[in-house]
Ligand binder design. Sequence first.
Ligand code: 2BA
Length: 109
Amino acid sequence: MKLVIAIVNHDDANAVTQNLTRHGFSSTKLSTTGGFLLSGNATLLVGVEEEKLEQVIDLIREYSHSRKHVVPSIDYDVTGMGYLPAMPVEVTVGGATVFVVDVERFERL
Ligand code: 2BA
């Protein structure tokens, strides 16, 4: 068995989980925060048999969309006067960041 850990945009999370459910996959959604943008995203946990792993990843891919975010940035003023405003930086987020790990043991107790 594998555990898929998928970080997706908060706005895509319900579409991903609903379509996983529709195809017979259980999932758990956690509310998380990205370390760079410090904005909310969602982390999905999906336990799946190895032969169905690619189907799960395909569904996550299908329902996760990439987005562009503009991040304000600041420059340090070398004259020592402090921080200066600088050009905003555009970053592309997602569709999904996916980790797949082996599950040593799975039980429903
Ligand atoms: P954030 O950490 O908020 O990052 C959002 C986006 O900012 C990233 O999109 C990437 O385009 C950019 N970014 C992140 N760190 C950067 C840096 N040090 N310098 C320049 N740009 C940077 P994604 O790569 O699609 O990542 C989306 C979210 O997935 C991340 O949100 C984070 O929550 C998670 N993530 C990505 N890579 C990860 C990793 N190696 N380990 C754990 N979580 C990860």
